[in-house]
Write a protein that binds this ligand. Structure first.
Ligand SMILES: NC(=O)C1=CN([C@@H]2O[C@H](COP(=O)(O)OP(=O)(O)OC[C@H]3O[C@@H](n4cnc5c(N)ncnc54)[C@H](O)[C@@H]3O)[C@@H](O)[C@H]2O)C=CC1
Ligand SMILES: O=C(O)[C@@H]1CCC=N1
Length: 269
């Protein structure tokens, strides 16, 4: 990756949990140098990016829209929906949950729009960042891929509806996985394991499980079936979890998150 992968000036509006992580990823990967990065927040320099020399800071989204060539919107969805940017024909990439491509047209007026999703694991290059961008030029697609390649894995999805699915499933990190880990730690503690021991053990389990599955082409179902076929202690636990409705509970939770995205993306009255 070279310093001109993102041509011109990149303007980031929002530098919090996600925007700051993406900015860190872009700088680390050399996709854009600090001298070609403008960051807009409500309150000036923020987070680790505040220590990076060369970045231009502003509290004026219009200054970003008119002074930059590519805009990356990483502010809260409701604040983003209220924005009106004189973005002209600039490339506008959004990672705002639920904000639709149609809303991005109203926000920016630009025909060059990307609806994307990422997560704070971008900081360490471990995010999954899908994007939806019908009609995007090859050049703009290359810039979009360069941005999200720096954050981890990326895919272009064929339907905008999938962006709400991914916002629910892969947007939160550690997100829902932390909830499962919490349940496992609390079980261990209920059996007399000391809290810090339980925490360390479960963290190591998720590190191992995540690495094993990420390094494999096998779907999670294959790992589960392998344990069921083994017919040992884990098989007994898996059968009990299925009988207790774990699959339905997970699906209900993810669907609730997806529905919240649809609420954000609903046309204003
Ligand atoms: N935090 C997360 O794990 C994830 C967040 N997202 C999305 O990323 C976006 C940002 O979320 P976070 O980084 O968590 O928020 P945050 O609250 O950590 O940071 C928000 C940033 O936006 C700035 N901001 C807010 N209103 C502004 C305005 N009117 N003009 C200019 N700057 C403004 C704030 O100063 C701050 O820098 C949201 O749309 C969220 O849905 C998506 C996936 C994961
Ligand atoms: O919870 C949220 O609203 C943000 C978007 C996806 C993950 N975190």
């Amino acid at each position: 990756m070279t310093d001109d992968t993102v041509p011109g000036r990149l303007g980031l509006i929002g530098c919090g949990q996600l925007g700051g992580a993406i900015a860190g990823a872009l700088l680390r990967a050399g996709v854009v140098p600090p001298l070609r990065l403008t960051i807009c927040t409500r309150s000036g320099p923020a987070g680790p990016m505040a220590e990076v020399a060369g970045i231009v800071w502003t509290a004026d989204p219009q200054a970003v829209a008119q002074g930059c060539d590519t805009l990356l919107l990483a502010l809260p969805p409701m604040a983003g929906r209220a924005l009106r940017l004189a973005a002209g024909g600039r490339l506008v990439i959004s990672v705002m949950a639920g904000v639709t491509l149609a809303q991005l047209a109203t926000i920016s007026g630009s025909p060059r729009r990307v609806r994307a999703m990422s997560n704070p694991a971008a900081q360490s290059g471990m995010a999954y960042s899908p994007f939806y961008a019908p009609g995007l030029s090859d050049a703009d697609r290359a810039v979009t891929r360069a941005v999200f390649d720096a954050c981890g894995l990326t895919d272009e999805v064929p339907e905008e509806s999938q962006m709400d699915v991914f916002t629910a499933v892969t947007g939160p990190v550690p997100g829902f996985v932390a909830y499962v880990a919490q349940c496992m730690q609390e079980y261990a503690q209920s059996q007399g394991v000391a809290p810090d021991t339980a925490r360390r053990a479960v963290a190591q389990l998720f590190r191992a499980a995540g690495t094993l599955m990420a390094d494999s082409e096998r779907p999670p179902a294959a790992f589960v079936q392998e344990m069921l076929d083994y017919a040992g202690t884990t098989a007994a636990g898996l059968a009990a979890m299925q009988a207790a409705g774990l699959p339905a509970a997970v699906a209900q939770g993810l669907e609730a998150a997806r529905q919240r995205c649809l609420t954000i993306g609903a046309p204003e009255d």
